[in-house]
Design a protein around this ligand. Structure first.
Ligand code: ADP
Ligand code: MG
Length: 349
């Protein structure tokens, strides 16, 4: 390993692919008995009794993340979170992940160490085993793909399709924070371009910036529902904004929905940032995306079990498909919900 002692930039070429993989994956203990063989053979070996859910996400520099304000450690953490979130949205518990990366020679070993520190932190906090991956080079930029594997009892799998008319619509946590955090980060990036010496006070924005840079997947909600003895009829995670996720539940379950504007959970920091940026907070919750909260439906009979829980908000109820999907505003007007969720194929995004 050849190191430049002054700048701590160890070139990836000098280390070689095998040395690199060994180095990056050395601090990943295996904690599940279902992991028979992790990193180090041609394939990982798992032995799973229950139903298995598998999900994968691909993140590309310049499309899904911007390294000018996204520290690599956070990127590693977030890349794992977005996948775990999809596992939890099936009412399953994530057990293993694989991580594949493509990097250009502009990244030194130290950058990948940072990325893997974030991945390791996510694995530790969420009790997930890193069992494999792939490492390759790219001409420009970084690409990271995570696959997550989870377990769930057959009867407990929760699809997007199970909502019934009169079911309550429930969301965890609060919405819009990740989008407003991104607005702040984009603004500061522009300010920095003009004046690199500026020392902005970002303290008031710490919650929303964290929602953008270090989201947490809601494993705790899957566990909470189990403890409350609540079986959601349908569930989805909020990656693209409340509106488009509700429409998924409606379409897949062949139901309609009434969503009440005054019930949408918003953190005070989100409300004040919306005022500052002159954006409507309801619009942000409906279309913002990247909140990684869980949205689910439960039968009316479960109302007592979830009422007043600080982690959960009842924001509406499902109706017959023929009634359509609507937002009931604070002024009691009915507005059709549209999928204005973030679309990665939109020009310019
Ligand atoms: P192969 O040539 O058979 O694909 P690799 O040399 O790519 O083998 O991988 C060797 C081992 O290291 C495998 O267990 C693989 O899953 C693991 N691995 C490769 N790259 C990564 C990575 N970026 N993160 C975690 N594990 C990895
Ligand atoms: Mg390989």
């Amino acid at each position: 390993m050849i190191e430049d002692k002054d700048t701590q930039r160890t070139s990836l070429e000098k280390l070689g692919e095998f040395g690199l993989i060994d180095h990056l994956t050395q601090n990943f203990p295996i904690s599940h008995t279902s992991t028979i063989k992790g990193v180090g053979d041609d394939a990982a070996v798992l032995s799973i009794d229950n139903s298995t859910v598998i999900t994968t996400d691909l993140l590309i520099e310049g499309v899904h993340f911007d390294l000018s304000y996204m520290p690599l450690k956070h990127l590693g953490y977030k890349a794992v979170m977005v996948n775990l979130s999809d596992v939890y949205a099936m009412n399953a518990i994530a057990k293993q992940i694989t991580v594949s990366i493509a990097v250009s020679n502009r990244f030194p070993l130290e950058a990948l160490e940072e990325l893997y520190e974030g991945i390791a932190m996510a694995c530790k906090l969420y009790t997930v085993d890193l069992v494999g991956g792939d490492t390759t080079s790219s001409k420009t930029g970084m690409l990271i793909s995570v696959t997550a594997i989870g377990e769930v009892k057959d009867k407990e799998i929760t699809y997007r399709s199970g909502a019934k008319p009169n079911d309550l619509l429930v969301v965890s946590g609060d919405l819009g924070g990740a989008y407003m955090g991104l607005q702040v980060l984009e603004r500061e990036k522009e300010v920095f371009k003009v004046n690199p010496e500026s020392q902005p006070d970002l303290e008031p924005y710490s919650y929303i910036m964290e929602r953008q840079l270090k989201p947490e997947a809601r494993k705790d909600i899957v566990e909470l529902l189990k403890n409350l003895n609540v079986s959601p009829t349908a569930m989805i995670d909020i990656s693209d904004g409340l509106s488009s996720e509700i429409l998924h539940l409606c379409k897949n379950g062949n139901v309609g929905c009434n969503l009440y504007e005054d019930k949408i959970p918003l953190d005070p920091t989100v409300i004040s940032a919306c005022e500052e940026f002159n954006i409507d907070s309801t619009m942000v919750a409906l279309s913002g995306g990247e909140d990684y909260e869980l949205l689910f439906t439960v039968p009316q009979t479960d109302f007592k079990k979830i009422r007043g829980n600080p982690n959960l908000s009842i924001i509406g109820h499902m109706t017959d498909a023929a009634e359509g999907a609507y937002l009931i505003t604070r002024g009691n007007t009915k507005i059709p919900l549209t999928a204005q969720g973030w679309n990665s194929f939109e020009t310019g995004s």
